[in-house]
Design a protein around this ligand. Sequence first.
Ligand SMILES: [Zn+2]
Ligand SMILES: [Zn+2]
Length: 529
Amino acid sequence: MAFYQKKPDIIIRNGTIVDGTGKLPYYADIAIIGDKIDYIGNLKGVSAPLEIDAHHKYVTPGFIDSHTHADRTIFKYPECQNAIRQGVTTQIMGNCGRTFLLREPAADGTYPEGSMAEVLDRLDEAGASMNSAWLCGHNTLRQMANCYTTEYTEEQFEIMASFLREAMEAGFIGFSTGLEFVPGVVSRPEEVERLAMIAGEYDANYSSHMRDEGYYVLEAVNEFLNVIRKTGLRGTVSHLNIKYDNGVPNEYLFKGMQMLKDAREIEHLNVYADMLPNCFAPGNAMAMLPAWLRAEGWDKAKEILADPVGREKVKNDLDRYWRFLAYGQWDRLLYVTTHYMPEINTVPFKELVERSGKEPADVFLDIMMAAPNLDLANKVNLQGVVFGEQILVDSVISDPIYMWQTDSDLYDETPGNGGRRHDFMSMSQFIIRYVRELGAISIQDAVKKVGMIPAQHFMLEGRGVLEVGKFADINVFDINALKINSTFSEPCKYSDGMDYVIVNGTPVIAKGEYTGAKAGRVLRHLPKK
Ligand SMILES: [Zn+2]
Ligand SMILES: [Zn+2]
């Protein structure tokens, strides 16, 4: 006779519980009533309408992805299947200084209407299969204030401040910057600190895509820390890594990590970093080409590229965006994807170069030149090794300073919908590569990085750990069954291997299949009145 006398809605039996706190795994049953975990222990003799056999499987909290851009796509893809099928039950959104909700156009080009609180309410009403928590982006605030210069007027500042306040009052969890991007790139630290101060009034978070991930990365970390020192916000350095093989030594990454650790230990600042498991990333081909080339229209640009002198001039002026290409590191360019030459979309760039017998820069410019119009040229996508080598990522990713994130958007499996490889595989990759294949980190420490740590850091009350009384966001999976199906040539393929993904007590994945349940909620951090 079991001690437990209630009638649960769901029982998960015989699982290996990895509770999200970093504690050693243990065997137990879990009872769920409504949206909460009601009991963890021995449930022999108790039955439930839904019983899940988790024998030889891990039972973990639903994963919290600490950095995404899904605010762009959640209204279009409320099924959230690319994330849910990797066990992600909550995403932080609005990173890198951009928030769709704040009048940024969505993937379909439309802008949301109404106040920020209304848009969050509308998302709750429409429903999504995953929970979301929102950051308010600095670049978007600047756009709303029509501010594109370093100097700003007090009037412009008031516009930024009032939208930021509106966001915080609506339950946004913090403020984000993207200081490598327009228009935040020209802002001074003083402006960011002033705005962060406002977020500080709401006991919020600050996530920063820093001003530099190259030679000045340590100055950038210091700029980030100054914001935290002055405001007391909980801080996250976004994708702390070093970019471009342009002379920045690997030691700078280790130094940057140490600066954050010292800030935690000596100054007692609440700071973390987040990181992707991949050294590759997508990019836009046009961003490589000089602006003067396009200035006279695409037909004229093609003429310039066809002329040997003109082409040489272009080659000498590629030093922007993916600068490593300008430095001749063409082996780091993996794929070029075009709408007008579909036959090359599945071919590694290296192979295209070998086939043509030409210089890599010429192969690239030939592809660009073949674009029939500017619109199609603008849509040429690249995949490349953008960050430090994989071995560098592998060497630091298990460090306690890092939370794990995917930097992703939401998509379905429709080919050509804009979905990229990292959207479909990054969270699976963490568990597959670092826990299962390399054994670089224990399952309990891995789950803590997507469990208790982000839940506490982003103030997601009742999430991230498996304990009685907490929300039933739960994954059940056999680690050996996890599988990535996305490839560079066919990126829009869901990952496999999650048997059950439960969100707020409702299975969104059951027996490996998506159920269609829109069980997710907007997680608001409302100011205490
Ligand atoms: Zn970023
Ligand atoms: Zn990002």
